[in-house]
Design a protein around this ligand. Structure first.
Ligand code: DIG
Ligand code: MN
Length: 435
């Protein structure tokens, strides 16, 4: 349909460029710590916000005049939407995308129709991916929009709906595998409760643990080498979502024997809805080897819901990339722009503005992080602060070699310890030099 045909292909023009549709920092082949920028970032466009959302909100209908939104839900309409979507990926020169099954094609009225429709659009996606070189960062099944999932999919009180959800995930996991997807995501938008009055939480969590084990078992059975990722969110649409935040999912994985099999897809706006900074969630996940991939966006500090805006906070993003580089980077994951333009941003070019800004910010943050790491003062300060635990009594304590009494006796015999400054302001000033 050529919706994006009038738009330019975005090129790198350097930091001095004043062209709003040029990259000032994103150079996919520029080496950062010996690896091309694009391999550090694996940036992706999300299908749902850009090619499915009509610009509606809870108070009003869609404001966008996207041609594919008027073509109904047949396969031809799905292919026409895919044509424009892949055209957009090429205008933006972005190498990855992510999608839900329902974003790409109608799933019909039962699992047989769903699989047939999904296979048909997957055939078409495979052709488009072959023609354009665009790859799949991750696939996911939408177990939260259809009314059948109003009480959850995996955590539904009715095992028949659990089974239907299992069928939908089986289909999408196999299609993700077939399309060479790097990861598979499960976001439990309805896996939680609206009220405890009608909820047996232990029952539902046991169901969720079983469901996740079934997904992991099937991943190995079909030979999918991508990473299974859970995407935490504390609430919305549920009053309480079971995979609340990184630490909660960590406990869930430990309880149901999934450590080492499942990692996290962390989203900025989900972290802030949980009352954390995004840096907190990233630091927690990296600390336990649980960070798989990132949904890069931002919320609004005055709004208590998931606004899914394009990220524009260079300091927060720099510190996230710094932690990531310091930890050795992402394995199969990348940075998916789970972000949408505002309801008033009605033109095709607005979609390009949103993604150009997000991608360039991400690239700038990566370069800032590389410089902050190379400078060495920040990592050096932290390493030095905990040096006492790396050898001698500190190491013996953490290794479990001493009893409480032996530790106490050491404290009695030693000089009384005195606190030292944490130098927070100095470190905050240091970071500002790299923003
Ligand atoms: C929520 O509707 C969106 C994203 O937050 C998430 O990444 C995706 C996966 O289900 N759905
Ligand atoms: Mn997300």
């Amino acid at each position: 349909m050529g919706y994006f045909s009038d738009l330019p292909t975005v090129r790198y023009e350097g930091p001095e460029s004043r062209n709003p549709l040029a990259f000032r920092y994103y150079q996919p082949d520029r080496l950062v710590l010996g690896k091309p920028m694009v391999e550090h970032l694996r940036p992706a466009v999300c299908y749902w916000h850009s090619f499915c959302w009509p610009g509606s909100d809870v108070f009003g209908p869609g404001t966008f005049t996207r041609p594919w939104l008027t073509l109904g839900d047949g396969l031809d309409a799905a292919k026409a939407k895919a044509d424009d979507a892949f055209d957009f990926f090429q205008k933006l020169t972005i190498p990855y995308f992510a999608f839900h099954d329902v974003d790409a094609v109608s799933l019909g009225n039962n699992l047989t129709e769903a699989r047939s429709n999904l296979d048909a659009i997957a055939d078409y996606f495979a052709q488009k991916m072959q023609q354009t070189g665009v790859k799949l960062l991750w696939g996911t099944a939408n177990l939260f929009s259809h009314p059948r999932y109003q009480a959850g999919g995996a955590t539904n009180p009715d095992p028949a709906i659990f089974a239907y959800a299992a069928g939908q995930v089986r289909n999408m996991l196999e299609v993700t595998h077939r399309l060479g997807g790097k990861n598979y995501v499960l976001w439990g938008g309805r896996e939680g409760y609206d009220t405890l009055l009608n909820t047996d939480m232990r029952q539902e969590l046991d169901q969720l643990g079983r469901f996740l084990n079934l997904v992991v078992e099937h991943k190995h059975k079909i030979g999918f080498k991508g990473t299974i990722l859970i995407e935490p969110k504390p609430c919305e649409p549920t009053k309480h979502q079971y995979d609340f935040d990184a630490a909660t999912v960590h406990a869930l994985l430990a309880k149901y024997g999934l450590l080492g099999e499942v990692k996290l897809n962390l989203e900025v706006n989900h972290a802030t809805l949980a009352g954390h900074s995004f840096e907190h969630e990233v630091a927690y996940a990296l600390g336990y080897g649980l960070l798989g991939s990132v949904d890069l966006n931002r919320g609004d500090p005055q709004n208590g819901w998931d606004t899914d805006q394009f990220q524009n906070d260079i300091q927060e993003t720099t510190l996230v990339l710094y932690r990531l580089l310091h930890a050795g980077g992402l394995d199969t994951g990348g940075f998916n722009f789970d972000a949408k333009v505002r309801r008033q941003s009605i033109d095709a070019v607005d979609m390009l503005h949103g993604h150009v800004g997000g991608l360039d910010l991400l690239a700038r943050a990566l370069l800032n992080a590389e410089a902050l790491l190379a400078d060495g003062q920040l990592p050096g300060f932290v390493a030095n602060r905990y040096a006492g635990w790396k050898s001698g009594p500190g190491a013996d304590i953490l290794a479990g070699k001493l009893s409480l009494v032996e530790i106490a006796d050491q404290a009695v015999a030693a000089p009384v310890p005195h606190p030292v400054s944490g130098r927070q302001e100095m470190l905050e000033n240091l970071v500002q030099r790299f923003i």
